[in-house]
Design a binder for this molecule. Structure first.
Ligand code: NZQ
Ligand code: ZN
Length: 386
């Protein structure tokens, strides 16, 4: 096992009716800016519950954070916070609202051009406003981690940043808040959480059996509940609760502690979203099967372990078992309704060339757990995904 630090200060308040706990979780004297996306928080009644729980605290709402949140929109919120002196932020939404809130929290006290935060991947953040989360979409794990991804439309760039200053102080995870999600978002959530787990598990063995078995448990849970979430005529509380907690655990640092991590699929996926506005999880479903196949030699031992322990693939030669594991993964994504080919989005060779140019522009030239996913490798992956 590798050396590691594990630090995660986020307080999780999990279960039905937990929004009322905001009354205790938000400091009594806080001046709160609530941040939301489009119309969903208002329509579902969540925003009203949040406002009620805040009681006598001074608060306002900033709405309009878009999916794949933009620097441009976030900077409007930064101006509002600075002008009106809010001292606590409350994200009510999915990964996009939470990520934007993290950026805003860091950008408000940041001196200089806030885009530099992205150019330095967050390494230049020295402080941030405190904030909490009310999660409405289980997928990204952003509610319990220190990462975020921000898009700058003017540059066609979608870049990640991380900082220990942007862990949420608390996250309220009420599984009933997922009941209003369209099937497409549920499916996206399952696949995003699945790929987060794979990015931290399917690398090379370092004799870390607890991390491995924890990751395999998350993957098996998603495989078990995923199709049921889509076919259920009524939302099932336990399935929703298990989805929420699995998605949080898939990216809160625990399974990635002490093990190599990949993330090449995510970095290529971000470029596809930036250029073609494909939902985040959908880009992953396209890239991952081709990525695993391209790197089957480097990931040989873990692919065999994954096939055997997660999919029960026991027979055949090593190469046959590896192929079967990759096909099972592709089939799972397709069953969840996520296409695994670029052609499903009308994209062809031109798109490959464009994404390659963006990867180069963003320095994404040595990706993966060995740093050997060069532009040439990314090109082969994308061409195999056509
Ligand atoms: O905007 P509103 O009207 O709120 O609608 C949203 C949005 O259109 C809707 N929605 C959310 N909760 C709902 C709901 N609709 C009905 N009922 C509810 N309860 O769902 C749509 C998608 O929301 P969004 O927040 O964009 O989805 P998601 O949680 O998948 O977040 C995606 C973003 O997170 C980033 C992605 O790149 C992408 O920008 N990621 C963040 C990560 C992190 N911080 O650790 C890691 C991930 O790998 C990912 O990159
Ligand atoms: Zn993701």
């Amino acid at each position: 096992m590798k050396n590691f630090d594990f630090y995660n200060p986020t307080h999780i308040a999990f279960g039905k009716d937990r929004i009322a706990d905001l009354a205790q979780l938000v400091p009594a004297t806080a001046k709160v800016l609530i941040l939301v996306g489009g119309a969903s928080a208002e329509k579902t009644g969540t925003l009203a519950q949040v406002r009620e729980a805040l009681g006598a605290r001074t608060h306002s709402t900033f709405s309009g954070i878009e999916p794949n949140p933009s620097f441009e929109t976030a900077m409007k919120a930064v101006e509002m916070v600075r002008a009106q002196g809010f001292d606590f932020l409350l994200a009510v939404g999915g990964g996009s609202v939470i990520d934007a809130t993290k950026f805003i929290a860091a950008a408000v006290p940041f001196e200089g051009d806030a885009w530099d935060i992205l150019l330095k991947f967050g390494g230049n953040i020295t402080q941030a406003l405190p904030f909490g989360v009310v999660l409405t979409l289980p997928a990204t794990g952003s509610e319990m981690n220190h990462g975020a991804v921000i898009t700058r439309h003017a540059l066609g760039a979608k870049l990640p940043f991380r900082s220990r200053h942007v862990y949420p102080q608390f996250a309220i995870l009420d599984p009933t808040k997922t009941y209003t999600l369209p099937a497409k978002q549920l499916a996206n959530g399952v696949v995003d959480a699945f790929v987060h787990t794979v990015e931290q598990y399917l690398t090379y063995p370092v004799n870390a059996p607890v991390q491995d078995r924890f990751a395999e448990g998350l993957l098996q849970t998603l495989i078990e509940i995923g199709p049921r979430l889509l076919s259920a005529s009524e939302p099932d509380y336990d399935d929703r609760a298990n989805l929420v907690w699995t998605a949080t655990l898939a990216l809160n640092g625990l399974i990635g502690a002490g093990v190599p991590q990949d993330w090449a699929t995510h970095m290529i996926g971000h470029e596809l979203t930036a250029k073609y506005n494909i939902d985040h999880a959908r880009t992953l479903a396209v890239v991952l099967p081709a990525m695993l196949n391209e790197r089957r030699a480097q990931k040989h031992d873990k692919l065999l372990q994954y096939g055997q322990r997660v999919w029960g693939i026991q027979s055949g030669s090593d190469e046959q078992r590896i192929s079967a594991a990759i096909e099972a993964t592709r089939d799972f994504f397709e069953r969840m309704g996520l296409p695994t080919r670029l052609s499903a989005y009308g994209l062809g060779q031109d798109a490959v060339d464009l994404v390659l140019a963006q990867l180069q522009a963003h320095g994404m030239t040595q990706l993966g757990e060995h740093g050997d996913v060069s532009l040439a490798v990314s090109r082969r992956v994308l061409e195999a995904a056509l």
